[in-house]
Design a protein around this ligand. Structure first.
Ligand code: SAH
Length: 448
């Protein structure tokens, strides 16, 4: 316990040093408050996606929920994410980086702290999966630009399937007007697998890829915020005749035109992916194999090349059943209605993620967003921003803080999981240090 305290104390001292530099730096970007606003975009339901799905079902029979979700969200021509900006108060949902700059800044500090702990001698790739509007990446790069070492050694690698969102991300990261940003056709370079590149307004090189496997190897800090919940899930239901898979079928008798049905017997996906522990009493289970593949790939990279990962999403520890939801204009939306016009999402199963990383890396958490942000010093950061902000921005800063940390808002539903190469069995990454350990260290300091 003493060794743990000593080690954690060193970690915290270094972490505090970094966060102090950031907090005292003149990074109060009060106009950041107003920039979290929205853009215009089209929300016309895509009837042709429904037609496409119905034709497919007519030809080949019902599709799995995973196939349905993949088509609805990322069909290259008509997928929900592919052609529009879906975020913000005028979109369908709002995410933490869009609510407050403090979120991305603290994640930036987390990455920087881990890299500093490693001696910051090697170049660092920040790899963000599913960057949305690019706001989180932009806030992180602003943090890195305050540290000379990070300014020169950090490159950003974005895994993004949507050409429209990649254009929007480039506009954000370069500080250009999004209207002047072409939605370029994919251009894969022979040697490198990126389809887009630019230099950020802070001078960091930025590259875009379709999948994680295209990102070059090397010391990396992986960040995935609200990415895994967008990956396709399979749904399994326990019935009198054993476990069946939930499928999506055509239904010409109802207005939604699609309906859920159960498979006649075990499907291939059921045989491959459903593993029910003897003490699991659930009669409905969702499995997201793609999230397992992503986490396994980044864990094996961390194991071989070194590095760190921070996974943040809403999720559970393997106890929830039906979490498949649609969101349109910030309201729940029938997942089978007007496919392509609403976001589809399912809670992340953190227990499953931890299982697939076994023997490769060490995991920490999941802990709640509130705990992570409070441990990272969001309260202090808020104070600094308030001191520098004009009074009309105070309300936004405080409501952003509350939205991110309040238990009944995003503070408890969202969870953070860290993945690190096993260094020292006593090491705990910043943000994951339990408050009681922190308190006992603080009281030791006072006694001295
Ligand atoms: N992290 C952002 C946005 C989350 S929304 C935020 O917090 O604001 C999900 C993001 O993942 C979008 O950018 C979407 O285009 C991208 N995405 C969804 N499925 C993907 C896939 N299979 N491969 C790569 N990117 C994907």
């Amino acid at each position: 316990m003493m060794a743990l305290l000593r080690h954690t104390k060193q970690t915290i001292a270094k972490f505090k040093h970094i966060s102090r530099i950031l907090i005292s730096a003149d990074t109060c970007i009060c106009n950041e408050v107003s920039r979290r606003n929205t853009r215009q975009f089209s929300t016309t339901p895509d009837i042709s996606l429904l037609r496409h799905l119905k034709t497919r079902i007519k030809l080949n029979g019902p599709v799995t929920v995973a196939e349905y979700m993949r088509e609805v969200l990322t069909n290259p021509l008509m997928g929900y994410y592919m052609n529009r900006d879906v975020f913000g108060s005028e979109g369908d949902f709002i995410t933490s980086p869009e609510i407050s700059q403090m979120f991305g800044e603290l994640i930036g500090i987390w990455c920087l702290n881990e890299w500093m702990q490693d001696g910051h001698t090697n170049k660092l790739q920040i790899v963000e999966l599913g960057p949305g509007r690019g706001t989180l990446a932009d806030d992180m790069l602003r943090v890195f630009s305050k540290f000379k070492e990070a300014k020169d050694s950090v490159s950003l690698h974005l895994v993004e399937v949507s050409p429209t969102l990649s254009a929007m991300q480039e506009a954000k990261l370069t500080g250009q007007d999004v209207k002047s940003m072409p939605v370029k056709p994919d251009k894969l370079n022979d040697n490198n697998k990126h389809y887009r590149e630019c230099i950020s307004k802070y001078g960091h090189p930025v590259y875009w890829y379709k999948t994680l496997s295209d990102v070059p190897r090397g010391l990396s800090c992986f960040v995935a915020h609200e990415f895994l919940d967008a990956l396709p899930i399979h749904k399994f239901q326990k019935t009198d005749r054993g476990w069946c898979e939930v499928l999506v079928d055509s239904d010409d008798s109802s207005t939604s035109e699609l309906r859920f049905v159960l498979s006649n017997g075990p499907t291939t996906a059921l045989k491959v992916f459903l593993q029910v522990d003897p003490d699991d009493s659930r009669d409905h289970i969702e499995v997201c194999p793609e999230s397992g593949i992503v986490i396994q790939e980044l864990s094996s990279r961390i194991n071989q090349d070194g590095g760190y990962a921070l996974i943040a999403d809403y999720g559970h520890n393997g106890e929830k059943t039906d979490t498949f939801r649609g969101f349109k204009k910030h309201q729940l939306h029938d997942v089978l209605k007007d496919p392509g016009s609403a976001d589809l999402t399912a809670d992340v199963d953190f227990a499953y993620l931890k299982k697939v990383t076994e023997n490769l890396v060490k995991t920490y958490g999941p802990i709640t967003q509130q705990t992570f942000l409070e441990n990272m010093g969001i309260g202090v950061r808020l104070q600094v921003l308030l001191q520098k902000a004009s009074t009309e921005n105070w309300k936004d800063l405080i409501s952003g803080y509350k939205m991110l940390t309040d238990k009944d808002k995003m503070g408890e539903r969202f969870k953070f999981l860290a993945i690190l190469k096993q260094k020292d069995s006593n090491y705990i990454p910043a943000g994951f240090v339990p408050p009681n350990v922190m308190n006992s260290m603080e009281s030791q300091k006072i006694k001295k």
